[in-house]
Design a protein around this ligand. Structure first.
Ligand SMILES: Nc1nc2c(c(=O)[nH]1)N(C=O)[C@@H](CNc1ccc(C(=O)N[C@@H](CCC(=O)O)C(=O)O)cc1)CN2
Ligand SMILES: Nc1nc2c(ncn2[C@@H]2O[C@H](COP(=O)(O)OP(=O)(O)OP(=O)(O)O)[C@@H](O)[C@H]2O)c(=O)[nH]1
Ligand SMILES: [Mg+2]
Length: 467
């Protein structure tokens, strides 16, 4: 599972640029290396100040060394941390020294004194933590999500998932499914009893309760996935309606060029903003119109590509020009093209700009805003959040991935099928058992914990059917 010919290979990385940088090693039998680099043995888990020695005995740096003997470490293996000054050169020297020391051989026997040491692959420390049961899969993924978090809310929810908030919910659900499966599997051994027995044992209420709990976890996982991945919003509309002005107003910075010349924006300008901690990837586009200018035509083609990719489209209109026939024709052409795309009515948000200079439209037609004065922007932010499906206050949310949402959806589908097989019309006990097994498998994919042995263990421990 470690993808290595030699399972005791140790891995190393050098991280950090700034005040402090760490060379971190994980593997087995690190003691000879500690002796070589630190010139002494280290008390377990105690930070010790001293020189990091080069091969000739000179000091590469003075720093803190910590040895975490297995299994009480991040990876569950023996870990050595050399906490040095955070300059790239000093860290590279230290890393090279570790690799060289590990390549060193016993003079008398010619055998290496250390396990092979190589540079770690990305994520390999956390992968080893997972393989050694220090973290489950959802927690290991949360480590990556914490590091990549683009907003404070995303970071906090990743920390919650890393601490096990998501895994705990999944495991509670799994325990319910295991209980149910035990009952159903036991019933299968008594053909006379069938579903009536399960009914009397309360299995069907338990199934419904598990389904309800799953729906709540799914709703929270969806919120978590939104915090992680955010939503792509495209600002589209005719030239000069104020798309670039709106991007700048939402971002609070002069990102895109604004002029009164129609056709100012030639290429996409993208920025990630956050609304209540939800990352919103906003793309400003070239104004949509018929054009004979080569460059502008390419820009407009890119606008349409952005529209295709978007989760939501802000179709921006200009209140000051609503009455003009040319303008109305331009908007109608865009609306027609939007209607050709995939499920677009649901993705399009009509927004009317320049409310500072012309009367607003009635709210049924869309939001009236002013990119210039800021009027209506709070409502627009709320409307975007609503489009994204954001409901929760971020406090309770744990980070999640599309993979988790899909696994939960498949679990839900199998539970629904199980309920169908349990129902009066169907009463197919074997199929009910099979759907519960599939639900259990799908759920187990989230934490990576599922294996058939787990379930068999529980069944054999919980029941003594005498077979
Ligand atoms: N210096 C340093 N800081 C770091 C890390 C690291 O590896 N090194 N981490 C890297 O991501 C994170 C902290 N994660 C860690 C998780 C577990 C253990 C650990 O020693 N676990 C042992 C003992 C637990 C205990 O005594 O409470 C264990 O699980 O047995 C260490 C760091 C962030 N900060
Ligand atoms: N009165 C008023 N003028 C605005 C508002 N928003 C933008 N404008 C003006 O409208 C003109 C066009 O603004 P832009 O933001 O460049 O418009 P655009 O939609 O990006 O235009 P293209 O890039 O050409 O497609 C500029 O003169 C802006 O100052 C607004 O809310 N009120
Ligand atoms: Mg523009």
């Amino acid at each position: 599972m470690l993808h290595d010919e030699d399972p005791i290979v140790a891995i190393a990385t050098a991280n950090g640029r700034g005040a402090i940088g760490i060379v971190r090693l994980s593997g087995d039998r690190l003691e000879p290396l500690i002796q070589a680099i630190c010139g002494r043995t280290l008390e377990p888990r105690r930070a010790t100040h001293g020189p990091f020695l080069d091969a000739d005995g000179s000091a590469i740096d003075q720093g803190l060394a910590i040895h975490f003997p297995a299994p009480h470490s991040y990876t569950g293996e023996s870990v050595l941390e050399l906490q040095a000054h955070g300059g790239p050169v000093v860290l590279q020297l230290l890393l090279a020294r570790c690799l060289a020391a590990a390549a060193d051989v016993e003079p008398t026997t010619g055998k290496p004194r250390l396990p092979r040491l190589r540079i770690a692959r990305p994520g390999e420390f956390t992968e080893r933590a997972f393989l050694n049961d220090k973290l489950d899969l959802a927690q290991a993924e949360a480590v990556g999500d914490l590091i990549d978090a683009s907003t404070e809310a995303a970071a906090r929810s990743a920390t919650r998932a890393l601490a096990g908030a998501f895994s705990d919910e999944v495991n509670a659900l799994r325990d319910r499914l295991v209980d149910l499966r035990m009952l159903v599997e036991a019933t299968l051994d008594f053909p006379d009893e069938e579903i009536d027995f399960l009914e009397r044992a309360g299995a069907l209420q338990r199934l419904a309760a598990a389904r309800g709990q799953l729906a709540r976890v799914l709703a929270r996982a969806r919120q978590g996935a939104l915090l992680r991945d955010g939503m792509r919003v495209v600002l589209a509309g005719q030239p000069n309606v104020g798309k670039s002005s709106l991007l700048n107003a939402l971002a609070g910075a002069e990102l895109a060029i604004v002029t009164d010349v129609p056709g100012t924006t030639r290429d996409k300008v993208a920025e990630t903003i956050q609304i209540e901690g939800v990352p919103i990837h906003v793309v400003d586009t070239a104004g949509l119109r018929e054009s004979s200018d080569t460059v502008e035509r390419i820009g407009i083609a890119r606008s349409w590509e952005a529209v295709e990719d978007a989760d939501a489209i802000v179709f921006l209109h200009d209140l000051t020009r609503l009455g003009h026939a040319d303008y109305a024709a331009g908007d109608a052409a865009i609306a027609a093209r939007l209607a050709e795309g995939r499920a677009d009515a649901a993705r399009v948000l009509h927004v009317f700009n320049k409310a500072d200079a012309a009367p607003a439209v009635e709210t049924a037609r869309g939001l009236s805003i002013s990119a210039a004065s800021g009027e209506g922007l709070a409502e627009l932010r709320q409307a975007l959040l609503e489009r994204a499906g954001w409901q929760a206050a971020p406090e309770g949310v744990f980070i999640a991935r599309a993979r988790h949402v899909h696994a939960l959806q498949r679990t839900a589908a199998h539970l629904d099928a199980a309920a169908q097989h349990a129902s009066a019309g169907d009463r197919a006990l074997e199929l009910l058992a099979e759907e519960l097994r599939l639900a259990h498998d799908a759920l187990g994919e989230i934490t990576g914990a599922f294996s058939a042995d787990d379930l068999l263990g529980v069944i054999f421990a919980g029941f003594c059917i005498g077979k």
